[in-house]
Design a protein around this ligand. Sequence first.
Ligand code: GCU
Length: 666
Amino acid sequence: MSALYDCWLRYDTNADSLNKEILAENLASVSVENGDKITASAVEEIERFCKALGLPAPQKVESGATLRLVAGLAAVEHKDGYVIEKSSHGFMVAGESSTGLLYGVFNLLQGLSLGKTPEECCKMDYPRNEIRMINQWDNGDGDIERGYAGRSIFFKDYKFMEDLSRIKDYARILASVGINAISINNVNVHFHETKFITPEYLPMVKRYNDVFNSYGITMYMCVNFAAPIQLGGIDVSDPLDERVRAWWKEAAKTIYEAVPNFGGFLVKADSEGRPGPFTYGRNHADGSNMLAEAVGPYGGLVIWRCFVYNCNQDWRDRKTDRARAAYDHFMPLDGKFADNVILQIKNGPMDFQIREAVSPLLGAMPNTNQILEFEVTQEYTGQQRHLCYLIPLWKEVLDFDTYAKGEGSYVKKMCDGSLHSPKHAGLAAVSNIGDDECWTGSPLAQANLYGYGRLCWNADLTAEEIAKEWVGLTLSTNKAVLDVMLPMMMTSRRTYENYTSPLGVGWMVTPSVHYGPSVDGYEYDRWGTYHFADWKGIGVDRTVATGTGYTSQYAEPNASTYENLDTCPDDLLLFFHHVDYTYKLKSGKTLIQHIYDTHFEGVETVKGYIRDWATLENMIQPDIFALVKERLGIQLENAREWRDIVNTYFYRHTGIPDANGRKIYP
Ligand code: GCU
């Protein structure tokens, strides 16, 4: 297709340096043992690779192939793991399952495209996390909630797409990094989408499901908790009402009869206006267990989101704290959920800010299945116009020590199931793709999708390693390109933070669109997203001593570290404490000077990105180069606006001038 479209599956970034003869020899013929739809996808990918590099298509043979593909090799111990090794006539890729084989083939092809010899590609690897899920927030009309990359590839005018080619390519992209689960519609299930689980739509659900299945991906759908009212004509959706339970059982039966491998439901209930069990005085265990009972006989799962809080809060009430909500609602229910219910918990207690504390609910429920939720779509992080490589942020979360079971209780151990040995564990994330030519609005945003998959595969990979892989596969294998890209990507999260909201306080964005500066945009409103800035100080007091008591939700020593002003890290200072502008940070600067300095610095760094990117002009595919150049220009303009509005706001509130006398608009 095009370099923009092919993402990290171009296979040609190093084409000039590859030894085509050796490649052609090794890929001369291919054989498949224990073939199925997934191994067929693997063979197709090998053909695509050959085409991209101008090699002859491999011959399909029964035996004696130069590349032997084996699915279901018992010697590969780990679920969906693979091994690449020498075999009698050439090389063998063998998977524990056909999905494992597919992962092995992607890995081999990527390695070869980067210039590795087949010998150097030999390895054994496996996904460390069981559930590696992507959530689409696509609406039936084709709009994508928080989407910044065009329209939906799944729906248009409340219909499923007839042409499945783009969906198939998406499945390839996802499988190439090991994603094995997808939910295809928005968690906010509106009127039309409620019907997606009815016979009218099930034939199309099945077609989508089959495409994903042929890449080892299980498909889920979001359901409306009030569906029994809308679709069943029952006057309630009370989870303990027998009529409601029977309705869901029948609905599940109909779905599984039409779509036998269907994954199950993802549910947003009692959150931001969505219906849920609270209406009937029931709790989240009652609600989710009812759905679990319906899909259980078919091996289905219910993934239940913990993004539950009071979105009608009064700012004068200083005790109600949105950050507390998930823990307060769910913690008391530990052990009450069915085996096939999984709680999905956002990485932070607020809402995917550029920096916020790690959610204290992660790892805190020893007797409950939990998965971690990230947001790949850059809702609060520059909406794919700004470069913001999110892997460092996610690594911080995964490496966070919850102390839930003493030292070493990292979040990543909750995800891989080794912390509490639950029945199910893993990760989920909100997708950043749409029907844009490059899928993600900016080609650089592809790195976040790639990196999310890689972390699902192995959370111990570093952000640098992932960036290097992605640059080589997507942009170029030229070292000069990496030398520019690596520092840009690795500093980009801090840069975005520098010119936006300081020290963990978050928000300060234009309400509802969440783009562009509005320091008081969410102040004095109902969403519970305040910073409480006045002329003297700023920040949210979440201490037990004088604030909302949120710090007590952490295990020790984290609780004390955050409670105590002396030990609370600067980066999260305003998330946990309300302090004066003259307060001295651990860095030695006053808070106000920190705000000024970081905002000036943020803009300067973006200017540097633009200069650095310009040096790559002849080293990068022209379409990619031009699109990124355009996006960086927008980023600079936006960063300036952020700097000036934020600095002016604080200058006017405090009356304290910048120590370095730089231009602030009074
Ligand atoms: C954020 C986002 C919403 C989304 C919600 C969710 O609040 O702005 O668009 O629906 O998260 O995660 O459910």
